[in-house]
Design a protein around this ligand. Structure first.
Ligand code: SF4
Length: 106
C-alpha cells in the first residue's frame, strides 16, 4: 500500500481541519453574560421610551467594563433581577449600558 500523500491530499486535509477549527471555535465560544432581560418598555410613555433610545440603552453592554452595575446612576434590585436608573425610566439590566455611563468611583 502506498502511504505517501500528494500535495493535493495535504491541502484538502488542511482545509478540512481549518473548517473544523472554525466551527469548533464558534460552538465553544464565550457565552453571553447571564442576567435578566430588561428590555420590556411597554409600560413606558413614548417620551420615556425615546430617552432610552436616544441614550442607546442596551441590555448587554458591548463595552467591556462599562456595565450598568458599575455606573453611578444604577439602582440595583435583588440579584438576577432588573434594577433601575436615576436618569432612564424602565427596567435596567446590571449588564446593560448607555451613552450616559458614569463609572462608580468606589
Ligand atoms: S446611566 Fe446608562 S449606564 Fe448608567 S445605569 Fe443608567 S442606563 Fe446604565
Amino acid at each position: 500500500m502506498n502511504e505517501r500523500l500528494s500535495r493535493r491530499d495535504v491541502l484538502q486535509k488542511s482545509a478540512a481541519l481549518g473548517v473544523l477549527a472554525v466551527v469548533g471555535t464558534a460552538a465553544c465560544g464565550k457565552s453571553e453574560p447571564k442576567g435578566p432581560s430588561c428590555s420590556d418598555t411597554t409600560s413606558l410613555t413614548a417620551a420615556d421610551a425615546q430617552v432610552r433610545t436616544q441614550l442607546a440603552y442596551v441590555d448587554r453592554s458591548l463595552e467591556p467594563g462599562k456595565v450598568c452595575s458599575g455606573c453611578q446612576q444604577f439602582l440595583p434590585a435583588a440579584p438576577d433581577t432588573c434594577g433601575a436608573c436615576k436618569i432612564l425610566k424602565g427596567p435596567i439590566s446590571p449588564n446593560g449600558n448607555c451613552k450616559s455611563f458614569l463609572a462608580k468611583t468606589t
